[in-house]
Design a protein. Structure first.
Length: 408
C-alpha cells in the first residue's frame, strides 16, 4: 500500500487561479423555488433564501423550510429582504411588514406596532444592535424594545440602509442618491455631486472606508472623506452597443475584493463581476452560473459567493488569488491508485473539513463534509481516471490542498 502526499499540478493551479468552481442548486436539489428573491448568510454559514413561497435555510447538507402553512405567525410567504443578525435572529422584509425569527418564534412588525410603512425595502443592523428598516416612505429603527422613526432623506423612500457606526447611517433612495445621517442631520450625495445615477440600489463600505455605491447604470466610489474618486460602468461586458451595468447587489470577500451582481432587465442578461483592485472579472451563464437574472449575492466565511437568480442559486467557490494562499500541510491518501474507495489522513484532528473532488477539467464531481475527524473514508464517483482532491480544513484555520488520485 502506497500513499501520495501533496501534488500540485500546474494546469490545475491555473484552474484555481483564473477560473472559479461553480455549483448550482435548483428545486431538483432541494431548493424551495427556483426564483430566489434574496439571500443572506448567518454566523454559522447557513444560507437563507427568500422566495415568493416561503423562506428556506441550507446548512450545506439539509434544507429547512419556513412558510405560513407551517408557521402561521409569519407575516407573509413572499420574502423580499433577509438579514441575519449578530445575535442569531433572522429578519425578513415583505410587502406586509417585517418579521423577526429567534429560532423558535416569529414576531411581526407592521404599521400598527412600529413600522412607518408595511412595504419593506431594506434591513440592516448597527454595531450596537439597533435594527434599521428602510421602507417605501422612510426609515424605522428598533432597539429591541421600542420603535422610532426618522424623516426620509428623499420623498421616494429608502431602499438601502447601512450602518457605518451606531449613529452614522447611510441611506439610499430610488430617486435621491445616497444620504449620510450623523445622528441629527442629512448630507446628500447625488448626481449634481458626481454620483453616476440617483437610483441607488446598494451600498458597501470597504476596509479603507471607501463607499461603493451601486446605481442603475454602474458604481460610484467615494473615499473615506466622501469625495468622488472613481466610477465604474462596464464591470460586466454587455452585447454592443449596450454598456451600462445595472447593479443589483454588492459584497466584499475576506481579501477585500468587491463583488457586484448585475442584471440588465430590458436585455434579459446579467452576471457577477469581481474587482481585485486592478481589474474586473465577470462570470455568467457561459461560465456555469445557473441563470442571468441576478437577484442578490452574499459571501460566506469561506469566501464562497452565493448568487440568487430567477432560475436557482449558484455558489462560486475557490477564491484563491495567489499560489501562496494554498498552504502546504500534510495529508495522505491511500490506496493510490485505487478502485474508488480511499482513506484520507488529514494530518491532525479537525472539528470540520470539506473534501471536494474535481476532474481534470476542473469540474466539481462531488463535495463531502466531515466533522470531528483526523481520518476519513471516501468513495470517488465517476469513471476511471485522474481526479483531484481539495481539502479545506476549518477550526481554527482554513487550509487548502490538492492531491492527485488515480482511479483504476
Amino acid at each position: 500500500m502506497k500513499g501520495y502526499s501533496l501534488l500540485l499540478m500546474f494546469f490545475f493551479i491555473q484552474i484555481q487561479l483564473h477560473g472559479q468552481v461553480i455549483v448550482n442548486y435548483t428545486t431538483s436539489d432541494g431548493l424551495l423555488d427556483n426564483f430566489v428573491e434574496c439571500l443572506d448568510v448567518d454566523a454559522q454559514n447557513n444560507i437563507w433564501f427568500g422566495t415568493s413561497v416561503g423562506l428556506q435555510m441550507f446548512d450545506g447538507d439539509n434544507w429547512m423550510t419556513y412558510n405560513t402553512t407551517s408557521y402561521p405567525e409569519m407575516v407573509s410567504d413572499n420574502i423580499k429582504v433577509i438579514r441575519a443578525m449578530s445575535n442569531g435572529d433572522i429578519w425578513i422584509g415583505t410587502d406586509f411588514g417585517a418579521c423577526k425569527f429567534d429560532g423558535l418564534n416569529w414576531t411581526t412588525f407592521d404599521n400598527t406596532n412600529g413600522l412607518n410603512h408595511n412595504i419593506v425595502k431594506s434591513i440592516d443592523e448597527a454595531t450596537n444592535g439597533v435594527i434599521w428598516v428602510g421602507t417605501m416612505t422612510g426609515i424605522s429603527y428598533y432597539d429591541g424594545t421600542e420603535w422610532g422613526a426618522l424623516e426620509s432623506p428623499h420623498w421616494s423612500g429608502v431602499n438601502v440602509t447601512i450602518a457605518e457606526a451606531p449613529d452614522s447611517m447611510w441611506f439610499g433612495s430610488p430617486l435621491g442618491g445616497v444620504a449620510f445621517f450623523d445622528g441629527s442631520d442629512y448630507t446628500t450625495y447625488d448626481s449634481p455631486f458626481g454620483l453616476l445615477n440617483n437610483n441607488t440600489t446598494d451600498l458597501l463600505i470597504d476596509n479603507d472606508g471607501n463607499k461603493w455605491i451601486g446605481t442603475d447604470i454602474g458604481i460610484s466610489v467615494l473615499d473615506e472623506n466622501n469625495l468622488n474618486v472613481s466610477q465604474f460602468t462596464q464591470m460586466y461586458l454587455l452585447p454592443p452597443p449596450d454598456t451600462l451595468n445595472q447593479i443589483v447587489d454588492l459584497d466584499m470577500d475576506s481579501e477585500g475584493r468587491i463583488w457586484a451582481g448585475i442584471y440588465v432587465g430590458y436585455l434579459g442578461v446579467g452576471g457577477v463581476a469581481m474587482w481585485d483592485g486592478d481589474d474586473w472579472t465577470d462570470y455568467d451563464v457561459s461560465d456555469g452560473l445557473v441563470g442571468p437574472n441576478i437577484r442578490g449575492l452574499e459571501i460566506d466565511s469561506y469566501d464562497n459567493v452565493w448568487v440568487a437568480t430567477g432560475t436557482g442559486v449558484s455558489k462560486i467557490g475557490n477564491q484563491t488569488s495567489e499560489i501562496s494562499d494554498i498552504e502546504e500541510v500534510e495529508a495522505w491518501v491511500y490506496p493510490n491508485p485505487c478502485s474508488g474507495e480511499i482513506t484520507v489522513s488529514l494530518g491532525g484532528y479537525f472539528e470540520s473539513n470539506t473534501i471536494s473532488v474535481f476532474d481534470t477539467q476542473g469540474r466539481v464531481i462531488q463535495i463531502n463534509r466531515f466533522f470531528n475527524s483526523s481520518e476519513v473514508r471516501l468513495t470517488i464517483e465517476g469513471e476511471p481516471g485522474t481526479y483531484f482532491l481539495q481539502i479545506l480544513k476549518h477550526n481554527p484555520q482554513t487550509k487548502a490542498e490538492m492531491i492527485s488520485v488515480m482511479k483504476l
